[in-house]
Design a protein around this ligand. Sequence first.
Ligand code: ISL
Length: 548
Amino acid sequence: RPAQHWWRDAVIYQVYVRSFLDSTGDGIGDLAGVRTGLPYLRKLGVDGIWLSPFYPSPQHDHGYDVADYRNVDPVYGDLAEFDLLVADAHRLGLKVLLDIVPNHCSSDHPWFRAALEDVPGGPSRALFHFADGRGDNGELPPNNWRAMFGGPAWSRIKEADGTDGQWYLHMFTPEQPDLNWRNPAVPADFDKVLRFWLDRGVDGFRIDVAAGLYKHPELPDSPDPTADERTRDSVNPLAWNQPEVHQVWRDWRALCEEYTARDGNDRLLVGEVSVRTPSEQAAYVRPDELHQAFFFHLLTARWDVDVFRKVISEALTDIAATGSTVTWVLNNHDQVRTVTRYASGPHGEGGGVGPARARAAALLMLALPGAAYVYQGEELGLPEVVDLPDEVLTDPIFHRTGSRQHIRDGCRVPLPWSGHASPFGFTQGTDAARPWLPQPEWFAEHATDRALTDTRSFWHLYREGLHLRRSLPQLGEGALRWLDTPPQVLAFVRGDGLVCAVNFGTEPVPAPVPGSPLLASGDCPAGTLPGSTAAWWMHAADPGTDLR
Ligand code: ISL
Protein backbone atom coordinates (compact mmCIF):
# COMPACT_ATOMS: atom_id res chain seq x y z
CA ARG A 1 0.00 0.00 0.00
CA PRO A 2 1.94 3.02 -1.24
CA ALA A 3 1.65 5.62 1.52
CA GLN A 4 1.99 9.25 0.51
CA HIS A 5 5.24 9.30 2.56
CA TRP A 6 6.76 6.05 3.81
CA TRP A 7 7.00 7.31 7.42
CA ARG A 8 3.32 8.23 7.84
CA ASP A 9 2.27 4.69 8.74
CA ALA A 10 5.60 2.93 9.03
CA VAL A 11 6.36 0.44 11.79
CA ILE A 12 9.92 0.92 13.03
CA TYR A 13 11.80 -1.60 15.22
CA GLN A 14 13.97 -0.12 17.98
CA VAL A 15 17.32 -1.93 18.14
CA TYR A 16 19.07 -1.51 21.49
CA VAL A 17 22.44 -2.35 19.91
CA ARG A 18 24.13 -3.36 23.19
CA SER A 19 21.57 -6.13 23.74
CA PHE A 20 20.58 -7.24 20.24
CA LEU A 21 23.29 -9.69 19.05
CA ASP A 22 27.03 -9.97 19.87
CA SER A 23 29.26 -10.94 16.93
CA THR A 24 32.67 -10.66 18.64
CA GLY A 25 32.19 -12.75 21.80
CA ASP A 26 32.76 -9.86 24.23
CA GLY A 27 29.24 -10.22 25.68
CA ILE A 28 28.13 -6.88 24.22
CA GLY A 29 25.90 -6.52 21.16
CA ASP A 30 27.37 -4.72 18.15
CA LEU A 31 26.64 -3.38 14.65
CA ALA A 32 27.82 -6.59 12.95
CA GLY A 33 25.33 -8.45 15.14
CA VAL A 34 22.56 -6.11 14.02
CA ARG A 35 23.53 -6.79 10.40
CA THR A 36 23.30 -10.52 11.07
CA GLY A 37 19.81 -10.00 12.50
CA LEU A 38 18.42 -7.96 9.61
CA PRO A 39 16.81 -10.95 7.79
CA TYR A 40 14.98 -11.77 11.06
CA LEU A 41 13.57 -8.23 11.08
CA ARG A 42 12.71 -8.35 7.38
CA LYS A 43 10.81 -11.59 8.02
CA LEU A 44 8.95 -9.98 10.95
CA GLY A 45 7.72 -7.35 8.49
CA VAL A 46 8.84 -4.02 9.97
CA ASP A 47 9.67 -1.09 7.69
CA GLY A 48 12.89 0.01 9.32
CA ILE A 49 15.12 0.14 12.36
CA TRP A 50 16.05 2.80 14.92
CA LEU A 51 19.56 2.18 16.27
CA SER A 52 20.08 3.30 19.88
CA PRO A 53 23.36 5.26 20.36
CA PHE A 54 26.54 3.45 19.30
CA TYR A 55 28.86 6.50 19.28
CA PRO A 56 32.11 6.75 21.29
CA SER A 57 31.01 7.11 24.90
CA PRO A 58 32.25 6.32 28.43
CA GLN A 59 28.87 4.56 28.81
CA HIS A 60 27.69 6.36 31.96
CA ASP A 61 24.20 6.29 30.40
CA HIS A 62 24.76 3.55 27.82
CA GLY A 63 25.65 5.81 24.98
CA TYR A 64 23.37 8.75 25.76
CA ASP A 65 26.59 10.46 26.86
CA VAL A 66 28.22 11.04 23.49
CA ALA A 67 31.95 11.85 23.31
CA ASP A 68 32.13 11.96 19.48
CA TYR A 69 28.99 12.46 17.37
CA ARG A 70 30.67 11.37 14.12
CA ASN A 71 32.09 7.96 14.89
CA VAL A 72 31.35 4.45 16.19
CA ASP A 73 32.49 3.28 19.63
CA PRO A 74 35.00 0.42 19.08
CA VAL A 75 32.91 -1.82 21.34
CA TYR A 76 30.16 -1.64 18.69
CA GLY A 77 32.38 -1.73 15.57
CA ASP A 78 33.53 1.02 13.22
CA LEU A 79 32.30 3.24 10.38
CA ALA A 80 33.07 0.55 7.79
CA GLU A 81 30.80 -1.89 9.65
CA PHE A 82 28.17 0.83 9.93
CA ASP A 83 28.26 1.39 6.16
CA LEU A 84 27.83 -2.36 5.56
CA LEU A 85 24.84 -2.35 7.91
CA VAL A 86 23.16 0.52 6.05
CA ALA A 87 23.82 -1.14 2.67
CA ASP A 88 22.36 -4.48 3.83
CA ALA A 89 19.36 -2.80 5.44
CA HIS A 90 18.55 -0.87 2.27
CA ARG A 91 19.03 -4.00 0.17
CA LEU A 92 16.37 -5.65 2.37
CA GLY A 93 14.08 -2.63 2.05
CA LEU A 94 14.61 -1.50 5.64
CA LYS A 95 15.01 2.19 6.55
CA VAL A 96 17.73 3.15 9.04
CA LEU A 97 17.20 5.79 11.75
CA LEU A 98 19.92 6.89 14.15
CA ASP A 99 19.45 8.10 17.71
CA ILE A 100 20.82 11.63 18.02
CA VAL A 101 21.44 13.26 21.43
CA PRO A 102 21.56 17.06 21.01
CA ASN A 103 20.50 18.15 24.52
CA HIS A 104 23.78 17.14 26.18
CA CYS A 105 27.11 15.53 25.37
CA SER A 106 29.51 13.45 27.43
CA SER A 107 31.83 15.02 30.00
CA ASP A 108 34.52 13.24 27.91
CA HIS A 109 33.54 15.22 24.79
CA PRO A 110 36.47 17.48 23.68
CA TRP A 111 34.22 20.52 24.05
CA PHE A 112 33.61 19.86 27.75
CA ARG A 113 37.23 18.98 28.43
CA ALA A 114 38.15 22.35 26.87
CA ALA A 115 35.50 24.07 28.99
CA LEU A 116 37.08 22.68 32.16
CA GLU A 117 40.41 24.22 31.13
CA ASP A 118 38.75 27.50 30.11
CA VAL A 119 38.18 30.52 32.33
CA PRO A 120 34.75 31.72 33.53
CA GLY A 121 33.03 33.44 30.63
CA GLY A 122 35.47 31.90 28.13
CA PRO A 123 34.36 30.61 24.70
CA SER A 124 34.42 26.90 25.66
CA ARG A 125 32.43 27.53 28.81
CA ALA A 126 29.85 29.33 26.61
CA LEU A 127 29.11 26.03 24.84
CA PHE A 128 27.49 24.86 28.10
CA HIS A 129 25.53 26.37 30.99
CA PHE A 130 28.28 27.44 33.38
CA ALA A 131 27.36 29.86 36.21
CA ASP A 132 28.78 31.13 39.51
CA GLY A 133 27.32 29.54 42.60
CA ARG A 134 25.21 31.38 45.15
CA GLY A 135 26.15 31.90 48.83
CA ASP A 136 29.14 33.74 50.31
CA ASN A 137 31.67 31.53 48.55
CA GLY A 138 29.62 30.33 45.62
CA GLU A 139 29.06 27.10 47.51
CA LEU A 140 25.36 26.81 46.53
CA PRO A 141 24.11 25.81 43.06
CA PRO A 142 22.93 28.66 40.79
CA ASN A 143 19.30 27.46 41.14
CA ASN A 144 17.19 24.73 42.74
CA TRP A 145 16.66 22.54 39.69
CA ARG A 146 16.82 18.79 40.21
CA ALA A 147 18.28 16.34 37.68
CA MET A 148 16.06 13.76 36.00
CA PHE A 149 18.14 10.95 37.45
CA GLY A 150 18.26 12.29 41.00
CA GLY A 151 20.28 14.89 42.83
CA PRO A 152 20.85 18.54 41.93
CA ALA A 153 21.00 19.49 38.24
CA TRP A 154 24.32 21.31 38.92
CA SER A 155 27.87 20.14 39.66
CA ARG A 156 30.78 22.30 40.76
CA ILE A 157 34.20 22.17 39.07
CA LYS A 158 37.69 23.03 40.21
CA GLU A 159 39.20 25.96 38.37
CA ALA A 160 42.66 25.53 36.79
CA ASP A 161 44.28 26.99 39.95
CA GLY A 162 42.61 24.30 42.06
CA THR A 163 40.07 26.60 43.71
CA ASP A 164 36.36 25.72 43.85
CA GLY A 165 34.96 27.15 40.69
CA GLN A 166 31.80 27.54 38.64
CA TRP A 167 28.87 25.16 38.41
CA TYR A 168 27.55 23.54 35.22
CA LEU A 169 24.04 22.36 34.37
CA HIS A 170 23.21 18.69 33.67
CA MET A 171 19.54 17.72 33.50
CA PHE A 172 20.55 14.04 33.66
CA THR A 173 23.88 12.88 35.12
CA PRO A 174 26.98 14.98 35.89
CA GLU A 175 28.63 13.08 33.04
CA GLN A 176 26.04 14.59 30.63
CA PRO A 177 26.58 18.39 30.60
CA ASP A 178 23.73 20.23 28.84
CA LEU A 179 24.77 22.06 25.68
CA ASN A 180 23.96 25.76 25.35
CA TRP A 181 21.82 25.91 22.22
CA ARG A 182 21.71 29.70 22.36
CA ASN A 183 25.38 29.62 21.37
CA PRO A 184 25.39 29.52 17.52
CA ALA A 185 28.39 27.15 17.58
CA VAL A 186 26.12 24.39 18.90
CA PRO A 187 23.47 24.30 16.13
CA ALA A 188 26.25 24.85 13.60
CA ASP A 189 28.06 21.72 14.75
CA PHE A 190 24.90 19.63 14.77
CA ASP A 191 24.22 20.70 11.18
CA LYS A 192 27.55 19.05 10.33
CA VAL A 193 26.68 15.96 12.42
CA LEU A 194 23.37 15.46 10.59
CA ARG A 195 25.06 15.85 7.21
CA PHE A 196 27.81 13.41 8.21
CA TRP A 197 25.26 10.63 8.79
CA LEU A 198 22.84 11.62 6.00
CA ASP A 199 25.78 11.46 3.59
CA ARG A 200 26.31 7.86 4.78
CA GLY A 201 22.78 7.03 3.71
CA VAL A 202 20.72 7.14 6.91
CA ASP A 203 16.99 7.75 6.51
CA GLY A 204 16.49 9.93 9.57
CA PHE A 205 16.89 10.44 13.28
CA ARG A 206 15.20 9.68 16.58
CA ILE A 207 15.85 12.84 18.58
CA ASP A 208 16.61 12.39 22.27
CA VAL A 209 15.04 14.88 24.75
CA ALA A 210 13.63 16.85 21.82
CA ALA A 211 11.71 19.28 24.06
CA GLY A 212 14.67 20.08 26.30
CA LEU A 213 17.35 21.87 24.26
CA TYR A 214 16.58 25.42 25.48
CA LYS A 215 16.29 26.46 29.11
CA HIS A 216 14.73 29.64 30.50
CA PRO A 217 17.43 32.28 29.73
CA GLU A 218 17.65 33.46 33.33
CA LEU A 219 17.81 29.94 34.79
CA PRO A 220 15.48 30.97 37.63
CA ASP A 221 14.55 28.81 40.61
CA SER A 222 11.78 26.33 39.93
CA PRO A 223 8.64 26.95 41.99
CA ASP A 224 8.37 23.18 42.48
CA PRO A 225 11.89 21.71 42.44
CA THR A 226 10.74 18.22 43.40
CA ALA A 227 8.82 17.99 40.11
CA ASP A 228 12.12 17.79 38.23
CA GLU A 229 12.92 14.33 39.53
CA ARG A 230 12.18 11.50 37.07
CA THR A 231 8.48 11.22 37.77
CA ARG A 232 7.69 10.24 34.18
CA ASP A 233 4.81 12.66 33.81
CA SER A 234 6.27 15.89 35.03
CA VAL A 235 8.96 17.98 33.45
CA ASN A 236 10.49 21.20 34.68
CA PRO A 237 8.79 23.86 32.53
CA LEU A 238 11.82 26.11 32.96
CA ALA A 239 14.16 23.55 31.43
CA TRP A 240 11.87 22.09 28.78
CA ASN A 241 9.50 23.12 26.03
CA GLN A 242 10.96 26.61 25.61
CA PRO A 243 9.64 28.36 22.45
CA GLU A 244 13.06 28.76 20.76
CA VAL A 245 13.40 25.00 20.32
CA HIS A 246 10.97 25.04 17.38
CA GLN A 247 13.44 26.95 15.21
CA VAL A 248 15.88 24.05 15.59
CA TRP A 249 13.28 21.61 14.27
CA ARG A 250 12.43 23.95 11.42
CA ASP A 251 16.12 24.08 10.51
CA TRP A 252 16.52 20.29 10.79
CA ARG A 253 13.37 19.74 8.71
CA ALA A 254 14.71 22.07 6.02
CA LEU A 255 17.95 20.09 6.02
CA CYS A 256 16.01 16.85 5.52
CA GLU A 257 14.05 18.43 2.67
CA GLU A 258 17.34 19.49 1.07
CA TYR A 259 18.41 15.84 0.94
CA THR A 260 14.99 14.73 -0.29
CA ALA A 261 15.16 17.29 -3.10
CA ARG A 262 18.34 15.56 -4.29
CA ASP A 263 17.06 11.97 -4.50
CA GLY A 264 13.33 12.01 -3.81
CA ASN A 265 13.69 9.90 -0.66
CA ASP A 266 11.95 11.19 2.46
CA ARG A 267 14.11 11.56 5.58
CA LEU A 268 12.39 11.26 8.96
CA LEU A 269 12.71 13.18 12.24
CA VAL A 270 10.94 11.50 15.17
CA GLY A 271 11.16 13.33 18.49
CA GLU A 272 11.19 12.09 22.04
CA VAL A 273 8.99 15.02 23.04
CA SER A 274 8.36 14.70 26.77
CA VAL A 275 5.66 17.26 27.44
CA ARG A 276 2.52 17.08 29.50
CA THR A 277 -0.31 16.97 26.97
CA PRO A 278 -1.01 15.80 23.40
CA SER A 279 -1.77 19.37 22.39
CA GLU A 280 1.67 20.51 23.65
CA GLN A 281 3.18 17.65 21.68
CA ALA A 282 1.23 18.65 18.57
CA ALA A 283 3.20 21.93 18.50
CA TYR A 284 6.28 19.90 17.48
CA VAL A 285 4.67 17.75 14.78
CA ARG A 286 4.26 20.13 11.88
CA PRO A 287 4.84 20.07 8.11
CA ASP A 288 7.85 22.35 8.77
CA GLU A 289 9.07 20.74 12.02
CA LEU A 290 9.22 17.12 13.23
CA HIS A 291 7.52 14.45 11.11
CA GLN A 292 6.66 12.38 14.18
CA ALA A 293 6.74 12.46 17.99
CA PHE A 294 6.26 9.39 20.17
CA PHE A 295 2.81 9.45 21.77
CA PHE A 296 3.83 8.27 25.26
CA HIS A 297 0.42 8.49 26.92
CA LEU A 298 -0.56 5.07 25.56
CA LEU A 299 2.72 3.67 26.84
CA THR A 300 2.22 5.06 30.33
CA ALA A 301 -1.54 4.33 30.43
CA ARG A 302 -2.64 1.56 32.76
CA TRP A 303 -4.78 -1.30 31.39
CA ASP A 304 -8.20 0.33 31.50
CA VAL A 305 -10.64 0.57 28.61
CA ASP A 306 -11.73 4.11 29.48
CA VAL A 307 -8.14 5.34 29.85
CA PHE A 308 -7.17 3.82 26.52
CA ARG A 309 -10.21 5.25 24.74
CA LYS A 310 -9.49 8.70 26.24
CA VAL A 311 -5.79 8.86 25.35
CA ILE A 312 -6.34 7.47 21.85
CA SER A 313 -9.11 10.02 21.23
CA GLU A 314 -6.95 12.89 22.51
CA ALA A 315 -4.05 11.85 20.29
CA LEU A 316 -6.21 11.54 17.20
CA THR A 317 -7.86 14.89 17.92
CA ASP A 318 -4.85 16.96 18.93
CA ILE A 319 -2.04 15.53 16.83
CA ALA A 320 -3.81 14.35 13.71
CA ALA A 321 -5.38 17.83 13.62
CA THR A 322 -1.97 19.19 12.58
CA GLY A 323 -2.20 17.09 9.42
CA SER A 324 0.40 14.73 10.83
CA THR A 325 -0.11 11.20 12.02
CA VAL A 326 0.15 9.90 15.55
CA THR A 327 3.19 7.78 16.40
CA TRP A 328 2.16 5.01 18.78
CA VAL A 329 4.50 3.16 21.10
CA LEU A 330 3.98 0.59 23.88
CA ASN A 331 7.57 -0.25 24.87
CA ASN A 332 11.04 1.23 24.72
CA HIS A 333 14.42 1.01 26.48
CA ASP A 334 13.26 3.28 29.32
CA GLN A 335 10.00 1.60 30.36
CA VAL A 336 8.85 -1.63 32.05
CA ARG A 337 7.83 -4.09 29.33
CA THR A 338 4.06 -4.42 28.69
CA VAL A 339 3.92 -8.12 29.60
CA THR A 340 4.96 -7.11 33.12
CA ARG A 341 3.40 -3.64 33.18
CA TYR A 342 -0.07 -5.07 32.45
CA ALA A 343 0.28 -8.00 34.82
CA SER A 344 -0.76 -5.95 37.84
CA GLY A 345 -3.82 -4.22 36.54
CA PRO A 346 -5.86 -1.43 38.13
CA HIS A 347 -7.75 -3.99 40.21
CA GLY A 348 -4.62 -5.78 41.30
CA GLU A 349 -5.00 -8.71 38.94
CA GLY A 350 -1.66 -10.37 38.82
CA GLY A 351 -0.15 -13.25 36.96
CA GLY A 352 -1.27 -14.57 33.65
CA VAL A 353 -3.20 -11.64 32.20
CA GLY A 354 0.04 -9.78 31.44
CA PRO A 355 0.95 -11.68 28.25
CA ALA A 356 -2.65 -11.71 26.99
CA ARG A 357 -3.07 -8.00 27.57
CA ALA A 358 0.27 -7.32 25.91
CA ARG A 359 -0.91 -9.25 22.85
CA ALA A 360 -4.17 -7.34 22.79
CA ALA A 361 -2.39 -4.02 23.16
CA ALA A 362 -0.06 -4.95 20.29
CA LEU A 363 -2.92 -5.67 17.91
CA LEU A 364 -4.73 -2.57 19.11
CA MET A 365 -1.64 -0.44 18.41
CA LEU A 366 -1.16 -1.95 14.96
CA ALA A 367 -4.84 -1.29 14.14
CA LEU A 368 -4.67 2.42 15.02
CA PRO A 369 -4.17 5.07 12.33
CA GLY A 370 -0.60 6.34 12.14
CA ALA A 371 2.88 4.99 12.67
CA ALA A 372 4.11 2.62 15.36
CA TYR A 373 7.38 1.63 17.04
CA VAL A 374 8.20 -1.85 18.35
CA TYR A 375 10.99 -2.26 20.91
CA GLN A 376 13.29 -5.27 20.56
CA GLY A 377 11.97 -8.23 22.53
CA GLU A 378 8.40 -6.88 22.44
CA GLU A 379 7.77 -9.18 19.47
CA LEU A 380 8.90 -12.11 21.64
CA GLY A 381 6.59 -11.25 24.55
CA LEU A 382 9.63 -10.77 26.77
CA PRO A 383 8.72 -9.96 30.37
CA GLU A 384 10.72 -7.43 32.37
CA VAL A 385 13.61 -9.01 34.26
CA VAL A 386 12.69 -7.60 37.69
CA ASP A 387 15.10 -9.53 39.91
CA LEU A 388 18.51 -8.48 38.59
CA PRO A 389 20.82 -8.32 41.63
CA ASP A 390 21.91 -4.82 42.67
CA GLU A 391 25.54 -5.54 41.84
CA VAL A 392 24.85 -6.00 38.11
CA LEU A 393 22.63 -2.92 37.69
CA THR A 394 24.10 -0.31 35.34
CA ASP A 395 21.37 2.34 35.32
CA PRO A 396 22.67 5.73 36.58
CA ILE A 397 19.24 6.16 38.20
CA PHE A 398 20.11 3.34 40.62
CA HIS A 399 23.66 4.51 41.20
CA ARG A 400 22.58 8.11 41.87
CA THR A 401 19.44 7.45 43.91
CA GLY A 402 20.04 3.98 45.36
CA SER A 403 16.44 3.24 44.42
CA ARG A 404 15.34 0.46 42.08
CA GLN A 405 12.19 2.42 41.20
CA HIS A 406 12.26 3.49 37.51
CA ILE A 407 15.49 1.60 36.81
CA ARG A 408 15.76 0.42 33.22
CA ASP A 409 18.14 -2.57 33.13
CA GLY A 410 15.19 -4.97 33.31
CA CYS A 411 14.02 -4.13 29.79
CA ARG A 412 17.57 -4.10 28.38
CA VAL A 413 18.68 -7.70 29.07
CA PRO A 414 20.32 -9.23 25.95
CA LEU A 415 17.88 -10.99 23.64
CA PRO A 416 17.49 -14.80 23.66
CA TRP A 417 17.94 -16.27 20.19
CA SER A 418 18.26 -20.03 20.74
CA GLY A 419 19.16 -22.79 23.14
CA HIS A 420 18.23 -23.76 26.66
CA ALA A 421 20.67 -21.71 28.72
CA SER A 422 22.38 -18.31 28.72
CA PRO A 423 23.76 -16.81 26.53
CA PHE A 424 20.84 -18.19 24.41
CA GLY A 425 22.74 -17.55 21.19
CA PHE A 426 23.18 -13.85 22.01
CA THR A 427 26.93 -14.36 21.82
CA GLN A 428 28.88 -17.07 20.00
CA GLY A 429 31.95 -19.14 20.84
CA THR A 430 32.76 -21.38 23.79
CA ASP A 431 35.21 -18.82 25.14
CA ALA A 432 32.74 -15.95 24.74
CA ALA A 433 32.32 -13.57 27.65
CA ARG A 434 29.05 -13.63 29.55
CA PRO A 435 26.35 -11.20 28.34
CA TRP A 436 26.80 -7.73 29.86
CA LEU A 437 23.56 -8.24 31.84
CA PRO A 438 22.69 -11.74 33.15
CA GLN A 439 19.83 -13.50 31.32
CA PRO A 440 17.38 -15.51 33.44
CA GLU A 441 16.97 -19.22 32.65
CA TRP A 442 13.31 -18.68 31.72
CA PHE A 443 14.46 -16.61 28.74
CA ALA A 444 14.66 -19.98 26.95
CA GLU A 445 10.89 -20.08 26.40
CA HIS A 446 11.03 -16.69 24.66
CA ALA A 447 13.97 -17.37 22.32
CA THR A 448 13.49 -16.37 18.70
CA ASP A 449 14.05 -19.90 17.35
CA ARG A 450 11.06 -21.17 19.33
CA ALA A 451 8.97 -18.09 18.51
CA LEU A 452 9.39 -18.54 14.79
CA THR A 453 8.20 -22.16 14.87
CA ASP A 454 5.28 -21.61 17.30
CA THR A 455 2.36 -20.22 15.30
CA ARG A 456 0.73 -19.03 18.54
CA SER A 457 3.76 -17.00 19.59
CA PHE A 458 3.95 -13.22 20.05
CA TRP A 459 6.27 -13.23 17.06
CA HIS A 460 3.59 -14.67 14.78
CA LEU A 461 0.99 -12.29 16.20
CA TYR A 462 3.18 -9.28 15.40
CA ARG A 463 4.06 -10.71 11.97
CA GLU A 464 0.37 -11.35 11.21
CA GLY A 465 -0.60 -7.86 12.36
CA LEU A 466 2.18 -6.25 10.33
CA HIS A 467 1.20 -8.27 7.27
CA LEU A 468 -2.43 -7.17 7.63
CA ARG A 469 -1.38 -3.55 7.97
CA ARG A 470 0.43 -3.86 4.70
CA SER A 471 -2.30 -5.75 2.86
CA LEU A 472 -5.53 -4.18 4.16
CA PRO A 473 -6.29 -0.70 2.79
CA GLN A 474 -8.35 0.10 5.91
CA LEU A 475 -5.26 -0.07 8.15
CA GLY A 476 -2.29 2.27 8.43
CA GLU A 477 -3.30 5.83 7.72
CA GLY A 478 -6.96 6.84 7.61
CA ALA A 479 -10.12 7.30 9.61
CA LEU A 480 -11.25 5.69 12.84
CA ARG A 481 -14.84 5.64 14.07
CA TRP A 482 -15.64 4.49 17.60
CA LEU A 483 -18.38 1.90 18.01
CA ASP A 484 -20.84 1.69 20.87
CA THR A 485 -19.78 -1.39 22.76
CA PRO A 486 -20.61 -3.41 25.86
CA PRO A 487 -18.66 -2.30 28.95
CA GLN A 488 -14.99 -3.31 28.88
CA VAL A 489 -14.92 -3.60 25.09
CA LEU A 490 -13.06 -1.05 22.98
CA ALA A 491 -13.97 -1.22 19.31
CA PHE A 492 -13.73 0.99 16.29
CA VAL A 493 -14.20 0.78 12.56
CA ARG A 494 -11.26 1.45 10.24
CA GLY A 495 -12.08 2.56 6.73
CA ASP A 496 -15.04 0.83 5.09
CA GLY A 497 -16.01 -1.64 7.75
CA LEU A 498 -12.99 -3.29 9.31
CA VAL A 499 -13.97 -3.73 12.96
CA CYS A 500 -11.11 -3.78 15.46
CA ALA A 501 -12.13 -4.79 18.97
CA VAL A 502 -10.42 -5.43 22.29
CA ASN A 503 -12.00 -6.92 25.37
CA PHE A 504 -10.40 -5.25 28.40
CA GLY A 505 -12.55 -7.25 30.82
CA THR A 506 -11.84 -10.66 32.30
CA GLU A 507 -15.08 -12.25 31.07
CA PRO A 508 -15.83 -13.30 27.47
CA VAL A 509 -18.31 -11.18 25.52
CA PRO A 510 -20.20 -12.15 22.36
CA ALA A 511 -18.19 -11.67 19.19
CA PRO A 512 -18.95 -8.10 18.00
CA VAL A 513 -19.90 -9.28 14.54
CA PRO A 514 -20.99 -12.93 14.68
CA GLY A 515 -19.76 -15.03 11.83
CA SER A 516 -17.26 -12.52 10.53
CA PRO A 517 -13.93 -13.98 9.56
CA LEU A 518 -11.30 -13.37 12.19
CA LEU A 519 -8.28 -11.69 10.67
CA ALA A 520 -5.78 -11.56 13.48
CA SER A 521 -6.18 -12.52 17.07
CA GLY A 522 -4.40 -12.78 20.34
CA ASP A 523 -6.19 -15.94 21.39
CA CYS A 524 -9.76 -15.95 20.24
CA PRO A 525 -11.86 -19.08 19.94
CA ALA A 526 -14.47 -18.42 17.26
CA GLY A 527 -17.67 -16.78 18.38
CA THR A 528 -16.56 -14.97 21.49
CA LEU A 529 -14.21 -12.17 22.44
CA PRO A 530 -12.61 -13.77 25.47
CA GLY A 531 -11.73 -11.57 28.42
CA SER A 532 -8.41 -9.76 28.60
CA THR A 533 -6.90 -12.19 26.23
CA ALA A 534 -6.77 -10.49 22.91
CA ALA A 535 -7.93 -8.13 20.29
CA TRP A 536 -9.33 -9.32 17.08
CA TRP A 537 -9.99 -7.70 13.76
CA MET A 538 -12.98 -8.74 11.65
CA HIS A 539 -14.34 -7.68 8.34
CA ALA A 540 -17.77 -6.55 9.45
CA ALA A 541 -20.69 -7.42 7.14
CA ASP A 542 -22.25 -4.07 8.02
CA PRO A 543 -19.94 -1.22 9.01
CA GLY A 544 -22.81 0.38 10.87
CA THR A 545 -22.76 -2.52 13.31
CA ASP A 546 -23.83 -1.60 16.81
CA LEU A 547 -21.82 -3.78 19.14
CA ARG A 548 -24.20 -3.64 22.13
O1 ISL B 1 9.48 11.82 30.25
C1 ISL B 1 10.45 12.28 30.77
C2 ISL B 1 10.44 13.60 31.42
O2 ISL B 1 9.62 13.41 32.57
C3 ISL B 1 11.66 11.45 30.79
O3 ISL B 1 11.22 10.20 30.31
C4 ISL B 1 12.74 11.97 29.83
O4 ISL B 1 12.19 12.48 28.64
C5 ISL B 1 13.56 10.78 29.45
O5 ISL B 1 14.14 10.29 30.63
C6 ISL B 1 14.66 11.11 28.45
O6 ISL B 1 15.15 9.84 28.03
C7 ISL B 1 16.14 9.91 27.01
O7 ISL B 1 17.25 10.68 27.46
C8 ISL B 1 17.99 10.16 28.56
C9 ISL B 1 18.36 8.68 28.39
O8 ISL B 1 18.84 8.16 29.62
C10 ISL B 1 17.15 7.87 27.95
O9 ISL B 1 17.51 6.51 27.75
C11 ISL B 1 16.60 8.50 26.69
O10 ISL B 1 15.49 7.75 26.18
C12 ISL B 1 19.25 11.02 28.66
O11 ISL B 1 19.86 11.07 27.38
